[in-house]
Write a protein that binds this ligand. Structure first.
Ligand code: CP
Length: 313
């Protein structure tokens, strides 16, 4: 079994069969990660460069751990402290890194489209770790793995994504991916934080009525308000946002979704988009998402890297 894609740039045009193969492969890696020795020789001899131009805690550590668990050689690059600061172009940067014989590049960048551009500059496999407000495909894949582990099939599953949809690459990748998998996906937030191109997302329902979005939902995903990507105020005040769009226990109960799986890609603005009791409550999968990130990224690296079967070392 192999993927139809050569790079993972986003989920927009990834077929259902590829998503299913990645999620099924990640299940195998969850088992590897439960062993005493959490390491397999799958990527031995391959070198992965983690090229991070934007801040990250979860994604960066998760990719690095996934690469180490697969016995790959890893190199970490941050734009801070690199020759980018002396004016070196992105194309020159990647071509110089490629000249050192690397196999895969994991890239996070503040500009949408950079992972795609890199595929035109290098022969290495490119994996998008978040590009501007465009896509964050491995986050959506780990989200789907977490939902599938809890509820079984994604088809028909009611998922409500609430908050700053406009700036969220996580929402975009989930919208593409969950629509492909046949989920009943609702997005909800202030109209100023909803993209004008919502109609592109077939099978996704938008409402600004939070109670309607939450009604009988099996998964509720709160998104971080991305103040750093907002040049003008897109809602009157944090207090108003919290009162109207914040995920609280009372709101979940009122909407008949007290048993919903609670998700958030992190980092959380506690007490704004979600209350602490919900974020840390019994139905919260927020740290499970982080745990599943390693297995999911191992699956992506393995399938794109053409690695060996994952018997123990
Ligand atoms: N979810 C996510 O992408 O988190 P980081 O920005 O910490 O990587």
């Amino acid at each position: 079994m192999s993927l139809t894609i050569k790079h993972l740039l986003g989920l927009r045009s990834v077929p259902k069969e590829d998503i299913t193969l990645i999620l099924d492969t990640a299940k195998g890696f969850q088992e590897v990660l439960s062993r005493d020795i959490k390491k397999v020789p799958t990527l031995r001899g391959q070198t992965v460069v983690n090229l991070f131009f934007e801040n990250s805690t979860r994604t960066r550590i998760s990719f690095e751990l996934a690469e180490k668990r697969l016995s790959g050689d890893t190199v970490n690059f941050s734009s801070a402290g690199s020759s980018v600061k002396k004016g070196e172009t992105l194309k020159d940067t990647i071509r110089n890194i490629e000249a050192m014989k690397i196999d895969m590049v994991v890239v996070r960048h503040q500009s949408a489209g950079v992972p795609k551009y890199l595929t035109e500059c290098t022969n290495a496999v490119i994996i998008n770790a978040g590009d501007g407000s465009n896509e964050h495909p491995t986050q959506a894949l780990l989200d789907m793995l977490t939902m599938r582990d809890r509820w079984g099939a994604l088809k028909g599953l009611k998922v409500a994504i609430v908050g700053d949809i406009l700036h969220s690459r996580v929402a975009r990748s989930n919208m593409w991916g969950l629509a492909t998998m046949g989920a009943d996906l609702w997005v909800c937030g202030p109209e100023t934080l909803i993209p004008q191109y919502m109609q592109e997302f077939k099978g996704v329902t938008y409402t600004n009525n939070l109670d309607k979005a939450l009604k009988n939902a099996k998964v509720v995903m709160a998104l971080r308000i991305q103040l750093e990507r907002q040049s003008t105020g897109l809602f009157p005040s944090i207090n108003e946002y919290r009162a109207r769009w914040g995920i609280t226990a009372q709101r979940l109960e009122k909407s008949g979704c007290s048993d919903a799986l609670i998700m958030h890609p992190g980092p959380i603005n506690r007490g704004i988009e979600i209350t602490t009791d919900v974020a840390d409550g019994p139905n919260s999968a927020i740290l499970t998402q982080v745990t599943n990130g390693v297995a999911t990224r191992m699956a992506v690296l393995y399938l794109l890297g053409g690695g060996r079967e994952h018997a123990a070392e």
